[in-house]
Design a protein around this ligand. Structure first.
Ligand SMILES: Nc1ncnc2c1ncn2[C@@H]1O[C@H](COP(=O)(O)OP(=O)(O)OP(=O)(O)O)[C@@H](O)[C@H]1O
Ligand SMILES: [Mg+2]
Length: 376
């Protein structure tokens, strides 16, 4: 699939921007704070219903405007056209139209137009907290299985309720018998959602590991790298969802007293960890900056190829400010791995950082200056 064109209104410093893209490489060149990343954010709205950078729609709404709009025209592998429009009006709910039809549930369109993103914020995946890694894998899995996002949302709701009951018991706000009865009620749906989520994460990881190792050795010198999924229950690749539920039930039973004492839920996907290791040592604590970078790029390449294999549509790839961070050799490798497979959007402050690519790829260059975009 590829994005043919985009129209952006009142989005960050873009008042009105219309761009027609190359189906291969698109370069956005401009100084700092000119509006390059904003274009990638707008693209991410079309595929993921939100920005990869901003936690709220109101942050990307132009300071002086009352609404923003992003529309994009995609062409699928089979030649079909998809139009997506995102509308946000101050103090109103965001609206999304998929081929003119309003989308009721935003999670339902995630994965239809697959996208993979590497931006300065992606560093959090390798350097940040377990939560940052869960966010990365959650989005990766959500693009593969459309029910996963709903299961996560439902799980979080149940978790909140369950924690409320536990905290009420811990603080003597409720009679213990009554509290335990309530807990039993919540436990049923808790185990149900948690089991599904753990199952999908395990399945994903069992396949993704191979993609990751392959990506790493293509991008950098072969190295002993590992990624793993750790959940508090002992899981085995032959477990089905029912087996997960049983194990969760037993595990909850074991920690019940401790949960009641502490007033919080101690087991479940919200506490799962994705671990990264290099030469047997935890990446976050022991790896050099360069090793972390290579690890991160390999994760992104792996995500790209995994999605590509699983979906009918080839994902689009956003590379925000990546080329200032990589040395020339690695930058070239990254492009030679993904550059001739699909559509890539690249931002850079300096064309020299990505010199030489025009001979190898179909490149369209754009100059971005104070929120206006011109063909170079
Ligand atoms: N809601 C907003 N309304 C108007 N302008 C905004 C808004 N949010 C951010 N900006 C401004 O929009 C501009 C574009 O930001 P953007 O992140 O796209 O720049 P960039 O070209 O990627 O720069 P850099 O090279 O520094 O990453 C910045 O000047 C920023 O201050
Ligand atoms: Mg930027």
């Amino acid at each position: 699939m590829y994005l043919r064109s985009i129209e952006i209104k009142n989005f960050r410093n873009h008042i009105h921007t219309f761009i027609e893209f190359s189906d291969n490489l698109n370069l956005f060149i401009g100084g700092n704070a000119q509006g390059k990343t904003s274009i990638l954010e707008a693209i991410s709205y079309l595929c993921l219903t939100k920005s990869f950078n901003a936690s709220s729609d109101s942050y990307v709404l132009n300071f002086k405007a009352k609404f923003f709009e992003v529309s994009g025209r995609f062409e699928l592998e089979n030649g079909r056209e998809i139009n997506v429009r995102v509308n946000f009006e101050d103090s109103q709910d965001k609206k999304i139209f998929f081929n003119k039809e309003e989308v009721d549930k935003f999670s339902s369109i995630i994965g239809k137009l697959p996208i993979v993103i590497l931006s300065p914020r992606s560093k959090e995946i390798v350097q940040g907290h377990p939560e940052d890694r869960r966010r990365f894998f959650n989005l990766a899995i959500a693009q593969l299985s459309s029910v996963y996002t709903d299961e996560l949302i439902d799980y979080k709701k149940v978790l909140r309720q369950r924690n409320k009951v536990l905290s009420a018991i811990a603080n003597d706000d409720i009679k213990i018998g009554q509290g335990l009865d309530l807990l039993d009620v919540w436990d049923e749906s808790f185990i149900n959602y948690a089991g599904r989520i753990i199952f999908r994460r395990m399945k994903f990881m069992s396949e993704f590991v191979g993609f990751f190792k392959n990506a790493y050795s293509k991008f950098d010198e072969p190295e002993d790298v590992e990624i793993g999924y750790i959940t508090q229950i002992e899981i085995s690749p032959i477990d089905d969802i029912e087996a997960m539920r049983k194990k969760l039930k037993n595990a909850l039973h074991k920690v019940r007293n401790e949960e009641i004492n502490r007033g919080i839920t101690l087991i479940g996907p919200h506490r799962d960890e994705f671990v990264f290791k290099i030469k047997g040592h935890e990446l976050r604590r022991f790896a050099s900056q360069g090793q972390m970078k290579s690890f991160l790029v390999a994760l992104i390449i792996a995500q790209f190829f995994y999605l590509k294999e699983k979906k009918v549509e080839t994902p689009i790839l956003l590379l925000d400010d990546v080329f200032g961070e990589l040395d020339l050799k690695r930058a070239e490798r990254l492009l030679s791995i993904v550059g001739d497979i699909g559509q890539v959007f690249i931002t850079a402050t300096d064309l020299n950082l990505i010199s030489g690519i025009e001979e190898k790829f179909r490149v369209k260059k754009f100059i971005v200056n104070s929120g206006t975009v011109t063909n170079a």
